[in-house]
Design a protein. Structure first.
Lengths: 224, 467, 999
């Protein structure tokens, strides 16, 4: 109830006072909420994971890598020697598809490219910023499997980004690599498991020690 | 304004017996008249013509500031005259200048409060306001001077996908916290003090709109004993909290230079030297504002000659400290036997930027000396003039420190000079525009004098109810 | 031989205009940004643009396309680099090059180690030619200018058909009215075609013109030996080298080889260190590196030479001297000019018979050269430190005569067709001949040129020339070593090479350059396994055993009279000055005027960019009323006047004014137009190198864009600079060194190091760099190499004036010692990668940090641009992007970018990284092959191109590494060590070897 007197100066009813604590709470809480919002909203987990652009050719890794079990390196043959795991030339497709499904309309674009020599414009799925220099050979040869960054490609009809590929995510692995290591020869083996009864991390540790791996956290490792 | 040599305080303000000191409120004002005087400023429908004129000018400069910042952000820091080696120029000079200005307010309200300096009550309110606005201007510059403003939030330790912390070893980061904290505390402190007076204005409000506006700000202040009790407590606590900040903030700002390795920056004397300089400049600014305000808004009785005189004395004292610091710098440069250091100071005094150096010395060391004379201390024109000089001098002090040092450091091959572009000059003027705009708005819409506190130091009323 | 298919197919991708057009059409405003948005490699770049044009992307950055080959060439790995050998022929002398190609784009030019005229090094110009390849201002199609001169585009076919008929019509007259005006070329293929040409058009005249002609040397040889022999140096054998107005370490067809040989003899000071004497007017780099430098006006240089000869003759150091020559030499002794150091020089030469070399530069008259030959024979240097070979074209008249005769013929109207092969005669021919005017009046003038320039403007036909990186050819080095010029990319614009055009003229039909070159070599190489030999040559870039054969000529007595005449040389009359012309260190003869890299490359001595200036001795300047650099003066020579900004150069000979050629182009392109002043305007056919000039102060001052000494006009600053120069570039004589090997280290007192915490240990690699100031000649090759390797932008004169140049490695130049005869001191300065780096501590966002191998890493993508690091860097080697420096770069220009280095955006700091990308590449390769990194395997761009091997990089933890040895060398010191930065880049003190008692 407002104060008695000749002129009532209070325009706000008394119960407004009850709100004060809440106002205070909001004052503290709002900034925190905003930070959290930006953090999660802006994180690659939200913006990038699941990115699955439509490709000019409906190529299914699930079929080729999964069912047919073609090794990754049959097409991405530079992965062990170069920074890029090069997307194969049309020629590679034609190696088989001159005979198999030679006339399938799905492969029209491939045949045309092979004929005209103009490339197939694939859409890049795993796209790091231009100031990040990732080297495939350096990872694959050190027992980091394709699956660690690309997920179960062999189960994807349309390739999508499975992991965050954010800097923090890279660092997590560079800091504790054990859980992500495997014998280099099994790098392309999507469903690789450590031997029965051996703990993955413990096994990874043995690999790390065998290959004398010391993943660097230096900025210079990825940024030039 | 008309020249009015102020009536001399008849008594000795240094006497230990308060009764023998000059009164802090003159012309037999009582509570009601003080309330009336102060509130009228806010309530009159039409502001003084001086105010309107000043506001128009200030506001237009604020507009210019906006344009300059826009141009800067869209085009790049290159629109300024900076170069290698002089990567900081007007930007940081202005920053340090404004932060310095922002010292007097909290000093007056907090430290003088703790020292029971009653004369503070007349001036603390708008000194505090001045502090807030100065710090706002200060924060503007580190804000806009970086190359990629859109990434500036990286300086704050926020969670991020890079899992990167800022570099806590960097003085710039300390700045970020020091100035930020100082600003927050000063703001709260100022607002706290405002509440009872806002309530008074609310109570006197005649229109609904004013009631709601001031009502919101007053946060339901009813002047009950409980209110007053808690208010006094909180005020005391905040004062205690603010006091160390007054000293810390400019010490930290000085670390930007002191912890670097450049001759002329790398000096242990910087923290005290900067704090003294800040108080010096801050009080000069208070004087510069107080003299015309008390005239225009007719509060001469509350901001009395005694207030002005006290501040003149502080300016004189701090001015001499600053002068001492200048001397010591040269001494150390020679005494350290470091040739590079030595050259930097010779170069300051006799190199291409000697003009700036001697301007600084004249304004900061020579001019305040007039305050040795009591007549000078009681002549508003003189006071105002000196205050202006000191402000110029303090700006140049920062300019000299930053530019002369950077322009000629270790390798002569990279020596270069620095000339500001029109963008920088307009930005500086714009920052003054912003400052005065805010200050004038404050004068117009908030009580420029802490009525409640002034009344507390007035002789006891004759049984009149306090409203 | 590289698969031709490779660049063809790749070029189809890269060059494909449709993609670019598409973007431009879709987003006219933003086309550039978008094309620039993804800079990692061009394929991605094209991808991005298409993606943007096509789809709308809802991601943080635009989605990109991957466009793989349809048919990938055998053994080709996308995204990797390949190096191809080729040669660059400038002024008839070739340098062997290795060109790095990334996905079919040449992006970097380096020296070819197996080429004797390169030895792995290059000069700044050769490196910058890759920028020329992508220069959007290059002419992009045939242009015909009818009588009106209005340019009309034509197709190449249109031209060839026209040409066939036109030259067929000349058969009747046996080509009597036909002239070919060509720039010098050493191409064997061209020689072969010229024979066919001569057979078809016996009446035609082949005119050769080189504005920087070295024919004086030829004529000198003719005087001395009766025939035009070519002189070569073997400096590795020389103890005493006397250079008379000869910049043999920089402005010389064999400069790279000379510099290498010279430096090798200074590297190990314990065995005999050579001594270099320089007698010259203006400061050349050779003069800068000399142990003794005698600054005299160019006109007196032969007098000094003569006096030296006279002293030697008297001392009997020149046995078998014919009496008349002896008499001739005597005349010099009576010359008014003398200098105490002349006797010392003579003594020095006499003391090293068979181990000395007397060299005279091309700007001196023939007789001076003859005199030098005389001395070298007398001192038994001939065949040891100096050797001779037959001139490849003995019958050729001198350039000066040839061009003068052509002008005469044009006047007489006996010429109806002129074919201008390259060069730019309308701009650089002696102005008194007014070739431009005459060409415009000749009936038919055909111009083959890279640019539609001053010459093309006055010709009826302009045919775009294919860049040497786009075409086949061959070229011989100064020593005769032949190499193949092979293309790395298909012509970006339909261009033609010189041999192709001449073949068209000679044979009346177009033949691909490849066939022409191959045919030429088929004739020279063993027939049975030609294919293998040919492939080897193309692969190596060098043809074994093609070096000229040395000949041992006899002196002919005829030289006495002209030599005697030299003694009459007199100083310019009072009130006049001697004006000497010199090649621009960056623009050469002007051909590189449109290359931003070179226009912004500081002149080694003056540190001027984007401008040339009249170099004055400070006293002359005072006399003329020139107070500070940039004050305008009017120079009047041979009736023509030119207003030039003046530059006060300590060390310039009094009474002599130096002026660089190659500037002030009218039609160079967007970059090079109206930059500097055109010194050719003052040049006449009888005063190619030296003119008598009247000079007067003119009102006004030009703001010169210098990268050093901005605003150091006050005596205070000057004095301090002199003091510090001694501490920064620590110099000592050989004697001092042998007395106290650690003299450099003791020059500055280093307070004992008392760290508050245990310093970092660097167990793995520990990268470090060492720069030998004794070897550094200040040629700036490193600066350009760095610019090309690290995508460093060009900022333009206005920004340089502000002090915002971006070079990561600059070469500081100091004048030290006696101000009257100052010593020139160079110091390459880049990030020192301090172990306790002041920059790192102050960055609020940790954008510059140390890595575990001790590199001071600058993380561009983390930088917010507070510039605090730059303030706190005592070496001031950090560079800030004040604006978006690539905003206006077109897709073609972006092709020169190195994909392995991030292109920095606006508002970020950048600096030397020790070529991190090269370190990483080698590290990963080595790890993949499970082997250790070999010393010298990682070579930063700057070290790679250095002609004198002054820069050494490597692992300090490797006890065998050269850099470790360098850091342990007693001469080694760190700049500003006293502020405890613990720099990883250290310097080896500069040693000079002055003659006893002459220091």
């Amino acid at each position: 109830m407002t104060q008695q007197g000749p002129n009532t100066v209070f325009v706000f009813p008394a119960w407004v006072d009850e709100l004060k604590p809440f106002i205070a709470a909001a004052g503290v809480g709002l900034p925190i909420y905003l930070v959290a919002l930006v953090w999660y909203g802006g994180s690659p987990a939200t913006t990038d994971v699941g990115y699955a652009p439509q490709q000019p050719v409906a190529y299914s890794h699930a079929l080729h890598a999964g069912e047919l079990g073609i090794d990754c390196r049959y097409c991405h043959n530079t992965v062990e020697v170069a920074a890029h795991a090069a997307v194969p030339p049309t020629q590679t497709c034609m190696n088989c598809h001159t005979n198999i499904r030679g006339t399938s309309p799905k492969l029209a674009a491939v045949r045309e490219s092979s004929a005209t020599g103009m490339p197939i414009p694939w859409v890049r799925v795993h796209d790091l910023p231009d100031y990040v220099y990732f080297n495939h050979s350096a990872h694959v040869r050190r027992g980091v499997g394709c699956v660690e960054c690309h997920g179960r490609i062999d189960a994807m009809d349309v390739v999508y980004q499975a992991k965050k590929l954010s800097m923090g995510w890279c660092l997590d692995c560079h800091r504790n690599p054990d859980a992500h290591l495997r014998p280099p020869e099994a790098a392309t083996q999507m469903d690789w498991e450590p031997p029965k009864g051996v703990d993955r991390t413990a096994f990874g540790k043995t690999i790390r020690e065998r290959l004398k791996l010391a993943p660097s956290e230096d900025c210079s490792t990825c940024h030039r | 304004m008309a020249v009015a040599t102020l009536e001399r305080p008849s008594r000795d303000n240094t006497s230990s017996d308060p009764a023998r000191r000059a009164p802090l409120v003159l012309a037999g004002n009582d509570y009601a008249s003080v309330t009336e005087k102060v509130c009228r400023i806010v309530e009159v429908r039409k502001p003084p013509r001086a105010w309107t004129l000043a506001f128009t000018i200030a506001a237009s400069f604020t507009g210019i500031l906006g344009l300059m910042v826009l141009y800067l952000i869209t085009t790049g820091v290159g629109v300024w005259g900076l170069n290698k080696p002089v990567s900081w120029g007007f930007d940081i000079t202005n920053f340090v200048f404004w932060v310095g200005i922002g010292h007097a307010g909290t000093l007056i309200s907090a430290i003088l409060y703790l020292f029971r300096q009653q004369w503070r009550t007349g001036i603390n309110r708008f000194a505090e306001a001045m502090t807030i606005f100065a710090v706002i201007c200060a924060l503007l510059f580190p804000g806009i001077h970086v190359g990629r403003i859109w990434f500036e939030y990286w300086i704050a330790p926020l969670p991020n996908q890079m899992s990167m912390w800022p570099n806590f070893r960097s003085p710039l980061l300390w700045d970020f916290f020091a100035v930020g904290t100082y600003f927050t505390v000063s703001l709260v402190f100022w607002y706290m003090g405002l509440i009872p007076d806002i309530a008074t204005i609310r109570d006197r409000a005649t229109t609904k709109a004013r009631r709601i506006a001031y009502g919101l700000l007053a946060m339901g202040w009813r002047g009950s004993n409980r209110h007053w009790h808690r208010y006094e407590r909180a005020y005391l606590l905040l004062a205690a909290l603010a006091t160390p900040l007054v000293l810390s903030v400019h010490s930290v700002v000085s670390f930007d230079f002191a912890t670097s390795m450049l001759p002329g920056w790398h000096a242990t004397i910087f923290p005290p030297y900067f704090v003294a300089g800040a108080i010096f400049g801050g009080f000069a600014m208070v004087l510069m504002l107080a003299v015309p305000c008390r005239q225009w808004f007719g509060v001469k009785d509350v901001i009395t000659p005694r207030h002005l005189e006290n501040m003149c004395k502080i300016v004189l004292a701090t001015g001499m400290m600053v002068g001492y610091a200048y001397a010591i710098e040269f001494f150390i440069a020679w005494y350290s036997g470091n040739p590079v250091e030595g050259f930097v100071f010779i170069n300051r005094a006799f190199g291409p930027y000697a003009w700036a150096y001697w301007t600084m010395v004249f304004c900061n060391v020579a001019t305040p000396q007039v305050f040795w004379s009591r007549r000078a201390r009681s002549n508003p024109w003189v006071i105002f003039a000196v205050a202006v000089f000191v402000n110029i001098g303090m700006w140049f002090e920062r300019f000299v420190i930053i530019v002369t040092t950077l322009s000629r450091d270790f390798l002569p091959s990279s020596w270069n000079s620095y000339t500001p572009t029109w963008v920088e000059v307009l930005t500086l003027m714009g920052s003054f525009g912003l400052f005065f705009t805010l200050f004038l708005l404050f004068l117009r819409f908030l009580p420029m004098i802490a009525m409640a506190e002034v009344k507390a130091i007035m002789p006891a009323p004759h049984g009149e109810a306090h409203r | 031989m590289p698969p031709v298919e490779l660049w063809r197919s790749l070029d189809d991708l890269a060059g494909d205009p449709t993609l670019r057009e598409l973007v431009s059409r879709e987003f006219p405003a933003h086309a550039d940004e978008m094309l620039a948005s993804s800079r990692r490699d061009f394929l991605k770049l094209m991808g991005a643009s298409v993606a943007l044009a096509g789809m709308t992307a809802c991601r943080r950055w635009p989605s990109e396309l991957i466009v793989p080959f349809a048919h990938r060439p055998e053994g080709y790995v996308p995204g990797s680099t390949l190096q191809y050998a080729t040669s660059l022929d400038v002024g008839g002398a070739a340098t062997g090059l290795l060109v790095t190609s990334y996905d079919g784009r040449p992006i970097k030019i380096e020296g070819n180690p197996s080429h004797p005229q390169s030895l792995g090094a290059t000069d700044p110009c050769a490196q910058a030619t890759v920028l020329q390849l992508y220069d959007p201002d290059r002419s992009q199609g045939v242009v015909q200018r009818e009588g009106s001169g209005e340019p009309a585009p034509r197709t190449v076919e249109a031209f060839t058909t026209w040409a066939r008929t036109h030259f067929a019509s000349l058969d009747a007259s046996k080509g009597a009215g036909l002239r070919v005006l060509a720039e010098p070329s050493s191409s064997l293929a061209l020689l072969a075609i010229r024979e066919r040409f001569a057979r078809r058009f016996p009446g035609a005249v082949w005119v050769e013109w080189d504005p920087l002609s070295r024919d004086a040397a030829r004529e000198g040889a003719t005087l001395a030996f009766g025939r035009p022999l070519r002189t070569h140096l073997a400096l590795e054998r020389a103890d005493v080298i006397a250079a008379f107005d000869a910049d043999l370490l920089f402005d010389d067809p064999a400069a790279l080889a000379n510099a290498r040989a010279w430096a090798r003899r200074r590297r190990a000071p314990d065995d005999v260190m050579n001594r270099l004497w320089a007698v010259e007017a203006g400061y050349s780099l050779t003069g800068g590196s000399a142990d003794h430098r005698i600054a005299v006006p160019s006109v007196l240089v032969p007098v000094v030479l003569g006096r030296v000869a006279a002293v030697l003759a008297r001392a009997g150091a020149l046995p078998g001297l014919p009496p008349e020559t002896r008499a001739a030499l005597e005349r010099f002794s009576s010359h008014s000019f003398d200098d105490p150091r002349i006797a010392a020089l003579a003594r020095d030469l006499a003391g090293a018979p068979g181990r000395s070399a007397v060299v005279v530069g091309p700007r001196q008259p023939a007789a001076a050269h003859a005199l030098a030959h005389l001395l070298n024979h007398g001192l038994a240097n001939a065949g040891v430190t100096v050797w001779y070979s037959e001139d490849p074209e003995p019958a050729r008249p001198s350039h000066r005569e040839a061009i003068a005769r052509l002008a005469g013929d044009l006047n007489a109207g006996v010429v109806d067709t002129v074919v201008v092969l390259g060069g730019n005669p309308a701009y650089d021919a002696p102005r008194d001949l007014d070739l431009a005017g005459k060409l415009s009046h000749v009936k038919t003038a055909i111009r083959l040129g890279l640019y539609d320039d001053e010459t093309s403007e006055v010709c009826d036909w302009h045919v775009p020339q294919a860049h040497y990186l786009e075409s086949w050819g061959d070229a011989r080095g100064w020593d005769g070593t032949a190499g193949i010029v092979q293309p790395l990319i298909r012509p970006l614009y339909d261009g033609m090479s010189a041999i192709e055009l001449i073949a068209l003229v000679a044979d009346g039909k177009t033949t691909p350059g490849y066939d022409l070159v191959r045919a030429t070599w088929q004739a020279r190489l063993p027939s049975p396994d030609f294919e293998r030999a040919w492939r080897r040559i193309v692969h190596d870039g060098v043809a074994e055993g093609t070096r000229f054969v040395a000949v041992a000529p006899e002196l002919s007595p005829g030289a006495a009279a002209p030599i005697a005449a030299l003694a009459d040389a007199e100083l310019p009359r009072a009130g006049t000055y001697e004006l000497t012309f010199s090649r621009s260190a960056s623009l050469h003869d002007g051909r590189y005027a449109n290359l931003g890299w070179l226009a912004e490359l500081p002149d080694p001595v003056t540190k001027l960019t984007w401008d040339n200036a009249a170099l004055l001795h400070p006293e002359d300047a005072k006399a003329l009323g020139v107070k500070r650099n940039g004050d305008r003066v009017a120079i009047e020579a041979d009736g023509r006047e030119l207003t030039v900004p003046a530059f006060l150069l300590p060390g310039q000979a009094k009474g002599s004014i130096g002026l660089d050629l190659g500037w002030g182009r009218r039609r160079a392109g967007r970059v090079g137009d109206a930059v500097g002043v055109d010194a050719y305007a003052l040049r006449s056919s009888d005063s190619l190198w030296r003119a008598e000039a009247r000079v007067a102060r003119r009102p006004g001052t030009d703001a010169l864009a210098s990268t050093q000494d901005h605003h150091i006009v006050d005596t205070l600053g000057k004095r301090e600079q002199a003091i510090r120069a001694e501490e920064l570039v620590r110099t000592g004589t050989l004697e001092e060194f042998l007395e106290n090997r650690a003299f450099a280290r003791e020059r500055v007192e280093i307070p004992p190091d008392a760290p508050l915490w245990t310093p970092h240990a660097y167990p793995g690699h520990k990268w470090g760099l060492a720069i030998d100031l004794t070897a550094c000649t200040g040629c700036h090759a490193c600066t350009i190499a760095c610019q090309a390797e690290n995508n460093i932008p060009v900022v333009g004169p206005a920004e340089v004036r502000r002090g915002r140049e971006m070079h990561w490695i600059r070469v500081d130049r100091y004048f030290a010692g006696d101000p009257a005869a100052p010593r020139l001191a160079f110091q390459p300065m880049a990030c020192h990668h301090c172990e306790t780096a002041p920059c790192e501590q102050v960055c609020p966002v940790a954008a510059t940090v140390h890595d575990h191998e001790g590199l001071n890493v600058m993380v561009y993508n983390r930088c917010v641009g507070t510039r605090y690091c730059s303030n706190n860097c005592p070496y001031k080697v950090r560079r800030f992007n004040w604006f978006n420096n690539h905003k206006h770069a077109t897709a073609v220009e972006m092709m020169v970018m190195n994909p392995e280095v991030t292109v920095r955006s606006r508002g970020v700091m950048e600096k030397c990284t020790y070529c991190l990308q090269r370190i990483e590449a080698v590290k990963i390769a080595a790890k993949n092959e499970a082997r250790a990194i070999r010393d010298g395997e990682i070579v930063p761009a700057c070290a790679q191109v250095c002609p004198t091997e002054a820069i050494v990089f490597g692992d300090l933890n490797d006890p065998e590494s050269r850099v470790r040895a360098a850091h342990d060398d007693p001469r080694c010191y760190g700049v500003l060590e006293e502020v405890n930065t613990k720099p990883r880049t250290r310097y080896l003190a500069r040693l000079t070897n002055p003659a006893r008692g002459e220091a």
